[in-house]
Ligand binder design. Structure first.
Ligand SMILES: Nc1ncnc2c1ncn2[C@@H]1O[C@H](COP(=O)(O)OP(=O)(O)O)[C@@H](O)[C@H]1O
Ligand SMILES: [Mg+2]
Length: 257
């Protein structure tokens, strides 16, 4: 192995090879391969229905592929359930909010902490102080300490999404996978949220893979952009290369980028 190859393999965080998933006769993911290395912020973009969420589900383990493999830090995880991938370092949030609305912000993070270390939830009901300080430290990172005792369902929509980020961070991830973390937020709120994610990812040196619609955000934040169209990778390159790619303009953006 050359020095360059060795360098590349030690920095390898995630590797997807030939991922394929169909629903009935419809192929949602059609041979997707890509890698994520340390220090990268990879944006996945593409029109609605391109297969972005399906790809995320294959990476996080909510779905298993019909073919292809997923490796996390050099280990195969293709058939591991989601919680085992969380234990191996995947912190994730989904397009549709998954916070527990009747639990407080703090409790949601406490549950995240417990799940990632294999503690059972049953215990939680009897031990409201479990890992409280750690949970508060996570809420601090996202600025939600003042709202710690508010039931998640009573938080503003933006704060619920931010809480989701906190839950993702509570599992001590070595890789963040965020599917439209700002879905449903207004433009300003979503930019603020992405700034927060970027600051945290930079500070904690967390590689990140995210789906996002706001192209200004994508092109100012991502170190790499992958364009999915009809379940296939159209382009995977540096933002400036993707932005000026004629096929991308045609397939996705129209003329306006
Ligand atoms: N569970 C499912 N059953 C049937 N079709 C699905 C299922 N999940 C996704 N699809 C289809 O796969 C395609 C890709 O969906 P999705 O991955 O959600 O795209 P994106 O996130 O890029 O908008 C869509 O046409 C969608 O209708
Ligand atoms: Mg989606």
């Amino acid at each position: 192995m050359s020095a360059a190859q060795q360098q590349a393999s030690t920095s390898l965080v995630l590797k997807a090879s030939g991922l394929r998933k169909s629903f009935g006769g419809f192929v949602a993911t059609n041979g997707v391969s890509f890698e994520v290395h340390a220090g990268e912020a990879l944006a996945i973009i593409g029109p609605n229905g391109a297969g972005k969420s399906t790809l995320f589900d294959l990476l996080t383990g909510r779905k298993t592929p019909d073919a292809g493999t997923v490796e996390l830090f050099g280990e195969p995880v293709t058939h591991l359930p989601p919680w085992q991938r969380v234990k191996r370092g995947i912190g994730r949030s989904f397009q549709v909010s998954s916070v527990f609305k009747s639990y407080t912000a703090l409790e949601n993070v406490q549950m995240g902490l417990m799940v990632s270390s294999g503690q059972s939830w049953g215990l939680f009901g009897r031990a409201a102080n479990t890992r409280r300080d750690e949970a508060l430290a996570v809420l601090e990172k996202v600025g939600l300490v003042p709202k710690r005792d508010v039931p998640a369902g009573d938080l503003s929509y933006g704060d619920q999404r931010t809480l989701e980020l906190a839950v993702a961070l509570s599992t001590r991830p070595r890789l963040l996978l965020l599917d439209e973390p700002t879905a449903g937020m207004g433009r300003e709120e979503s930019r603020e949220c992405l700034r927060l994610i970027r600051d945290i990812a930079t500070r904690e040196r967390l590689p990140i893979v995210f789906v996002e619609h706001d192209m200004d955000v994508v092109f100012s934040f991502a170190s790499r952009v992958m364009v999915l169209v009809a379940g296939q990778v159209l382009v995977d390159d540096k933002p400036e290369v993707v932005r000026s790619d004629a096929r991308v303009k045609e397939a996705y953006f129209g003329e306006d980028i």
